[in-house]
Design a protein around this ligand. Sequence first.
Ligand code: G6P
Ligand code: MG
Length: 214
Amino acid sequence: MIKACIFDLDGVIVDTAHYHFLAWKRLAHELGFELTPADNEKLKGVSRMKSLEIVLDLGGVKASDEERESLASRKNIWFQEYVEQMAPEEIFPGVNQLIQDFKANGLKVGLASSSKNARTVIRRLGIADEFQVIVDGTMIVHSKPHPEIFLLTAQMLSVAPEYCLVFEDAEAGVEAALAAGMRCVGVGNQQHLHLANRVVAKTAQFQLSDLTQL
Ligand code: G6P
Ligand code: MG
């Protein structure tokens, strides 16, 4: 029985995953190599500094701690330029309705995003008040696939992990949800997300009535 639904943000509610990719791709290009969509799967759900580490490894680039700070902050400035242009119309079709359906049926709804920009993004989308609990990248020590972010969200929602369902587009996020002892709907490609209890191509393909079939 599911009592709470916990949504990841980037790639589940809105296509900011693409904006993260464009910003990392630009950084890689400036460093002299190209980042592919396949490389990007490894960055989804992963914190900014950990993502940078993966990007630098992919390009075989060495950088001091100070250089890393400056590279990460440049990537973030480009990402924020995309965010500033965002509007509520960018929320994936049907996601707002799905959240309303869950709430109307007595489920709690939380947001768990590794992004330190998560609050800015959901404010721009006009949905900040839809979530009973919001946990973002400023509130955790360990990045997904560590279960910390989901365990903290469940604790703040006062729901035991076994009654929580997570929506995730990242391999690292699916792993984190399962490690937290929760069920998980993967949003995207079956191949990347096969560990999830169910995989849908788009978030809103999952419906309230599907809760009983997990
Ligand atoms: C999310 C995204 C990742 C991103 C991370 C940190 O988990 O899926 O791609 O790297 O947040 O985002 P931030 O906005 O803090 O750089
Ligand atoms: Mg995501």
